[in-house]
Every structure is written in structure tokens, then in C-alpha cells.
Write a protein that binds this ligand. Structure first.
Ligand code: ATP
Length: 370
């Protein structure tokens, strides 16, 4: 069993080109991965998630900070002595070896006896439903089967923790959904620690016990899937998680007789009692599934605008509403609900949401205020 502590870890690279400056791929990241957790490192391409995982695996050395495994400092420990197993996006299977020999490979390199290896390979193959495939070569397998062989090879040593780098990204959409469920199930059965890299928010939301959202090498937020979705710590997290993305519009905070309001062009959002320096710039919005049509004379959050686009998603529709002259597609307020929403392009509409669904961020720093 394994707890992984990432303590103030930084990794700088010299610039890729001679004229480019150094890159800080990972910047002072602290994450304490509890024993048995499924922790997902989530972020866009280039945010540093693979570099962070490779440092835990021992494949890349940190420039600063340290990494502990079950309380033991492993920052300088070679990869093979770390009791961690890594699964790569490419699966990295040996093409000339059978599935069985691929799975048993880590045991052979450790000099284990043939009979022990065969028994353990059979055991792991049964866990992952690979029993009938042990004599095949990797090229005779589907993408999903190859992915399971890579997992089996990681599993065979019974490591304390699994490090997985985008293991589903080579699978088609249907297989990815099925394998996602299998991985979640495997994690529950094994009770092992999983540290999992992805840029796919759905993978993070469905499998993680906690999500670490990275941006530009920095940890933006660490929380349960519900926390990062319901209370994103920054504009970046709010925009990265959720589809269609939340739309935030500029407003100013005013306090009027002890009542705080965010006021902008065609929007007025009461925020409850509170005093604040008048005129502070903010960004305000709500997730598309929380926005709805306002009844005439309704009180509460209010946006006024014109429907520019209605998208049919099958069971649901999304209407995009230009508010306060903000008519770029990324700034239109999105309303999502069961089809038909009853809205058409050109309709003038008033929108609202429950007050506790309003997200408010500092206009300058982008940090969450409510
Ligand atoms: P992706 O999802 O595209 O793999 P990522 O979030 O995993 O992205 P990293 O691969 O960790 O990101 O890269 C983070 C940053 O560090 C990027 O700017 C990348 O170009 C840079 N970087 C990574 N490895 C090296 C290296 N060996 N030399 C120079 N720069 C590197």
C-alpha cells in the first residue's frame, strides 16, 4: 500500500531551442496522495502533468522539492527500486513477445522462478480477462486488449501504486467509455493507489477520488470531482471543467444598503449581505445546466439578451444568448436543458439561476470570490 507525497516539486528544462529561455514545466507543486486513492492529474497539453508523473516514477529528476513513498524519501531512488508500476499511453509492449511473456517480463527481469511466473501471469490474466490471449502477439490484439496487457504487466509485480499516463487516449470513444468503467472497477478491487494523468475532464470526473488541476506547471486546485465542478477555485478551473464551458461576463461589485450586487451590461446578480469596496471588477457566471428562463417579474440573478444559436444535443438543447453586447461565441451565456427548450434564434430572453449556483471571480487575478 502506498501514500505518495509530492512536496514542493519543481522541474525546469533548458529551452528546447538555443534562443528559447528555460521552461518551468512543474512549479512548486504539493500533493499528498493518500493510500488507495485514485488521484487524477488533469490539465491541458503542456501543463506539466506528464513531467510530474515521470518525476514520481523516477524517470525525470526534480530541480527542487522531494517525493516520499510511504514516508520514505525516494527523490534519488532509481525507478526500479520504487515499488511503482507505470502504464504509458503507447502501452510499450514488446512486439516479438507473446502476451504471456509480456505480462511476465517484470518478474523475469527480477529473476523469479518459471513456475512462479506462470502462476502469477495466469492469476493477473484472469483479473483482466486475458486468459484466452496469452499466446498471441501484441499485433494480433485490439487496442483495448493491448491496453489491458499493459495494465496486467503493471499489475504482475503487485506494486504499491500505479502511475498511468493517458492510458485510454489511443482507444476509440466506445472502448474508452467501457475501459474507463473497467479501470474504476479494477481500482476498487485492488485497493491500490492510482496516480493518473489525463487531459480529459470526463475521465477525471468519473474515476477520480480527487482531481489535481494543473495550469502552466502550477496546481490550480486539488479537490473531489464535486468540489472542482461546484466550486472551481479559479477562472481557469471553471472554464476547463464542464461542457459546454461556463461563460463568465465582466461586472462590477457594488454594495447598496449592505446588499452586495454584481452589476454589468444587461446583468444584475444579487449576492446577499456584504460590504465590499465599490466598483471592484469581477467576472460572473453560472453553469449552462443551472441557467433557466426567468419568469416575468422574477427576482434574483438576471441576465438579459438575445438568442444567437440553438444546438440540438439529442436529449438536450443548448441555447447561446448574447448578453450586454458580448456576442463572441465564448462569451454568450449558455442555457442547457431537456429538448425542446422552447427558444429560437432572435428571441429576446431574460435568464436566471439559483443564487447559490452563481460563480464569482476576481476580475484581475481570476481567483474565486464566492
Ligand atoms: P501533454 O498532455 O501534451 O503530454 P503535459 O501536460 O503532460 O502535456 P509535459 O509533457 O509535462 O506536459 O510538458 C510540460 C512543459 O515542459 C511543456 O512546455 C514541454 O514542452 C516542456 N518539456 C517537457 N519535457 C521537456 C524536455 N525533456 N525538454 C524541454 N522541455 C520539456
Amino acid at each position: 500500500m502506498s501514500r505518495i507525497q509530492i512536496e514542493g516539486v519543481t522541474r525546469r528544462f533548458a529551452g528546447a531551442r538555443r534562443d528559447a529561455g528555460p521552461v518551468t514545466a512543474v512549479d512548486r507543486v504539493w500533493i499528498d496522495v493518500a493510500d488507495g486513492e485514485f488521484l487524477v492529474l488533469l490539465g491541458p497539453s503542456g501543463c506539466g502533468k506528464s513531467t510530474l508523473l515521470r518525476m514520481v516514477a523516477g524517470l525525470t529528476a526534480p530541480s527542487a522539492g522531494r517525493i516520499l513513498l510511504d514516508g520514505r524519501d525516494i527523490t534519488a531512488t532509481p525507478p526500479r527500486d520504487r515499488d511503482l508500476a507505470m502504464v504509458f499511453q503507447s502501452y510499450a509492449l514488446y512486439p516479438h513477445l507473446s502476451v504471456g511473456r509480456n505480462i511476465g517480463f517484470p518478474l523475469r527481469t527480477r529473476g523469479r522462478r518459471r513456475a512462479d511466473i506462470d502462476a502469477r501471469v495466469a492469476e493477473v490474466a484472469a483479473v483482466l480477462g486475458l486468459e484466452g490471449l496469452l499466446d498471441r502477439r501484441p499485433r494480433a490484439l485490439s487496442g483495448g486488449q493491448r491496453q489491458r496487457v499493459a495494465l496486467a504487466r503493471a499489475l504482475v509485480r503487485d506494486p504499491g501504486a500505479f502511475l498511468l499516463d493517458e492510458p485510454l487516449s489511443n482507444l476509440d470513444a466506445t472502448l474508452r467509455t467501457a475501459t474507463r468503467a473497467e479501470l474504476g472497477d479494477l481500482h476498487r478491487r485492488l485497493g491500490a493507489t492510482f496516480l493518473y494523468v489525463t487531459h480529459d475532464q470526463v475521465e477525471a470526473m468519473t474515476m477520480a477520488t480527487r482531481v489535481a488541476v494543473l495550469n502552466g506547471g502550477r496546481l490550480e486546485q486539488l479537490g473531489t470531482p464535486e468540489e472542482v465542478y461546484d466550486a472551481p477555485a479559479s477562472v481557469f478551473v471553471a472554464g476547463f471543467i464542464g461542457s459546454p464551458a461556463i461563460r463568465l461576463l465582466p461586472a462590477r461589485l457594488w454594495s447598496d444598503a449592505g446588499e452586495l450586487r454584481a452589476v454589468g451590461a444587461d446583468l444584475e446578480i444579487p449576492l446577499g449581505p456584504g460590504e465590499d469596496p465599490d466598483g471592484r471588477d469581477v467576472l460572473v457566471g453560472a453553469r449552462p445546466e443551472h441557467v433557466r428562463l426567468a419568469a416575468p417579474g422574477a427576482t434574483g440573478p438576471l441576465w438579459r439578451g438575445t438568442v444567437r444559436l440553438v444546438e440540438n444535443l439529442g436529449g438536450e438543447e443548448v441555447a447561446h444568448v448574447a448578453v450586454g453586447g458580448h456576442d463572441e461565441p465564448g462569451s454568450r451565456i449558455a442555457v442547457r436543458g431537456p429538448r425542446p427548450l422552447g427558444l429560437a434564434v432572435g428571441n429576446a430572453v431574460a435568464l436566471t439561476c439559483d443564487p447559490d449556483r452563481v460563480h464569482l471571480f476576481d476580475g484581475a487575478g481570476g481567483r474565486r470570490l464566492v
